[in-house]
Design a protein around this ligand. Structure first.
Ligand code: UD1
Ligand code: CA
Length: 487
C-alpha cells in the first residue's frame, strides 16, 4: 500500500524547509474532535460533551490532550447539539469549531468538516466523549499511521467487557490489517465475543478519507452515516486499514451513560490522588476525596477523608485539611490547619493560619500568616492581618483588618445599607469586644478598644475606648415587689 497523493500545497514548502525525512515531518496534521451528539443515553438537558468528569467537561479533557499533539489552531471541534453552549464553554481553549447542524452520525460529522480540513495531509479523529485519552497515545497512533502509510489507522483496545463498543474484525490476528468494524447492534453472536474494540480514535489520510467518504450509507440500525464503515469501504478499495492496539484500555472509555461518567470520574480522581501521593502528599482514604486535575499540593500535607479540592486550588507543604472541607480556587500556605467542615472559595490563606471548624470563606478573603478564623465565622472580601483572630460566630465583609487584632465573638461588620456596600477599617492591635456591630463606613484606629455589645457608627480614634450601648441600670428590690410569689 502506498500513501496517496497529498491534498496539500503547503506540504511541498514545508518539506523544502526541513531536513527530517519528508514522509513524517512534512505531514500537515489536523485533529478533528467529534462532539456534536446529544448524548441521548444521559437523559440530560446538558449536551453530553459538557458533562463533567474530574472537574472539567468531557470535551475539555479531549481538547487539552489534542492541543498537546498539534497546535490548538489545528484542532477542530465538530459541534452541533446545543452548539452555542458548547462553543461558549470551550472558546477559551482557542480551538476551531465546525458546525454539524443535523447530527446524522460520526461519518456525517467528518463529511461536514471536509472544507475546514482542506489542506491537511492527515486527520486524527477523536471522540469528544472519551476524556481519558492521553497525548502520548494519540502521538503513538499518529506515528504508527505514518509508518504504515495507511489510509485509515484505528486505535483498538482489548476490553474484558466489550459491550456497547464496535468490534474490530481481522482476518489474520498476527498482522495489523483490519477488515471492518462491526457495531454492537449489527454484530452476530460470535462477533460480540470479540474483545478487541474500536476506541473511536482514528488517523486518516485526508485525501483517502474524502475521496471515499461519499461511499458511506445509512443502511444500518440507526440510519446514520457510521465513520466506522470507512474501514470496510477503504479495505474494499484495497487501501491500507490497520489497527494499533493500546496496552492501556482504560484510556478509550467513553462516557455515554451516567454510570460510565461515574467510572471515568473515579478513575481520574484516583489517578490524581496517586500522582499527589507520589509527590509526597498524604491522602487518607483517597476514594472519598474529590481532587480536580489542576490542584497542586506540596509534600507532607495531609488530606483527610471526604475532602473536595476544586479548580485551581494550591496548598503548600506541611498543611492539613481535615474532613468535610470544600475548597475551591484558593491558595493555602505552608503549615495551615484547616479544621473540619470549612467551605472556601477564591481565598488566600497565609502560612500557619488556623481555620475552622466550620468557617465559611467567601471570595476574596485574604487571611494573613498565623491568623485564626474560627467556628461559624463568615468572611467576604476582607484582609485579616498577621496573627489576628476572629474565633467565633462572626461576619466580616468588605473589611480591612490589621495585624494582632482580636475580633470578639458575635462581631458583625454591617457592610450593606440596602443599596451600597461600605468598608470597615480596623487598624493594628485593635480589640473588638464581643457582640459588637460596626456600621460601615467606619474606622477603628490603631490600638483602640471597643466595649462589648457596642454599636459603632462613628470612627474610633487610636488608643481610645469606644462604648456604644445603653448604660446598665439596676432596680434593686424590683423582683421582690413585682413578682412576690417567686421569692
Ligand atoms: C462509536 C463507534 C464505535 C466505538 C465507540 C467508541 C460509530 C458508528 N461507532 O460509538 O465503533 O466503539 O464510538 O467510543 O462511530 N457525534 C457527532 N456527530 C454525530 C454523531 C456523533 O459529532 O452525528 C459525536 C458524539 O458527540 C460523540 C462521538 O461522536 O462524541 C461518538 O458518538 P457516539 O454516539 O457516542 O458513538 P458510540 O455509540 O459511542
Ligand atoms: Ca461514545
Amino acid at each position: 500500500m502506498t500513501k496517496s497523493k497529498r491534498n496539500s500545497s503547503a506540504s511541498a514548502a514545508s518539506t523544502a524547509s526541513s531536513n527530517a525525512p519528508p514522509s513524517v515531518s512534512a505531514s500537515r496534521i489536523a485533529i478533528a474532535i467529534m462532539a456534536a451528539g446529544k448524548g441521548t443515553r444521559l437523559k440530560s438537558q446538558l449536551p453530553k460533551v459538557l458533562h463533567e468528569v474530574g472537574g472539567k467537561p468531557l470535551l475539555e479533557h479531549v481538547i487539552r490532550a489534542a492541543a498537546r499533539v498539534v497546535p490548538a489552531k489545528d484542532v477542530y471541534a465538530i459541534i452541533g447539539y446545543e452548539a452555542d453552549r458548547v462553543r461558549a464553554a470551550m472558546q477559551h481553549t482557542g480551538v476551531n469549531f465546525v458546525l454539524q447542524g443535523e447530527q446524522r452520525g460520526t461519518g456525517h460529522a467528518l463529511m461536514v468538516a471536509r472544507e475546514a480540513l482542506f489542506g491537511y495531509d492527515d486527520v486524527i479523529v477523536l471522540s469528544g466523549d472519551a476524556p481519558l485519552i492521553t497525548p502520548e497515545t494519540v502521538g503513538r497512533l499518529k506515528g504508527f499511521h505514518l509508518e504504515q502509510k495507511a489510509a485509515m489507522t484505528l486505535l483498538s483496545a482489548e476490553l474484558e467487557t466489550p459491550t456497547g463498543y464496535g468490534r474490530v474484525l481481522r482476518k489474520n490476528p498476527h498482522s495489523a490489517d483490519v477488515q471492518a468494524i462491526v457495531e454492537e447492534k449489527a454484530a452476530s453472536a460470535a462477533q460480540r465475543k470479540i474483545k478487541e474494540i474500536n476506541s473511536g480514535f482514528y488517523v486518516f489520510d485526508a485525501a483517502e478519507l474524502y475521496a471515499n467518504i461519499g461511499k458511506l450509507s445509512t443502511d444500518n440500525a440507526n440510519a446514520e452515516y457510521y465513520l466506522t464503515d470507512m474501514a470496510h469501504v477503504l479495505r474494499k478499495g484495497k487501501r491500507g486499514v490497520v489497527a494499533w492496539k493500546t496496552e492501556n484500555p482504560s484510556e478509550v472509555l467513553g462516557g455515554n451513560t451516567r454510570a460510565e461518567l461515574a467510572d471515568i470520574d473515579e478513575k481520574m480522581r484516583l489517578a490524581k490522588s496517586r500522582q499527589l501521593m507520589a509527590e509526597g502528599v498524604t491522602i487518607f482514604y483517597p476514594a472519598t476525596c474529590v481532587i480536580d486535575a489542576d490542584v497542586e499540593i506540596g509534600p507532607d500535607t495531609v488530606i483527610e477523608p471526604y475532602v473536595q479540592l476544586l479548580g485551581a486550588t494550591k496548598i503548600g507543604t506541611g498543611a492539613r485539611v481535615r474532613s468535610y472541607c470544600i475548597i475551591k480556587d484558593s491558595e493555602i500556605g505552608d503549615g495551615v490547619m484547616v479544621r473540619p467542615g470549612c467551605v472556601m472559595e477564591r481565598s488566600r490563606i497565609g502560612a500557619g493560619a488556623i481555620l475552622g471548624p466550620y468557617s465559611h470563606l467567601r471570595p476574596e478573603s485574604e487571611i494573613a500568616e498565623g491568623a485564626h478564623v474560627g467556628n461559624f465565622v463568615e468572611t467576604k472580601k476582607i484582609r485579616l492581618g498577621r496573627g489576628s483572630k476572629a474565633n467565633h460566630l462572626t461576619y466580616l465583609g468588605d473589611a480591612e483588618i490589621g495585624a494582632g487584632v482580636n475580633i470578639g465573638a458575635g462581631t458583625i461588620t454591617c457592610n450593606y445599607d440596602g443599596t451600597h456596600k461600605h468598608k470597615t477599617l480596623i487598624d493594628d492591635g485593635v480589640f473588638i469586644g464581643s457582640d459588637s456591630t460596626l456600621v460601615a463606613p467606619v474606622r477603628v484606629g490603631k490600638g483602640a478598644y471597643v466595649g462589648a455589645a457596642s454599636c459603632i457608627t462613628d470612627d474610633v480614634p487610636p488608643d481610645s475606648l469606644a462604648i456604644g450601648r445603653a448604660r446598665q441600670t439596676v432596680k434593686e428590690g424590683w423582683a421582690r415587689v413585682k413578682k412576690p410569689g417567686k421569692t
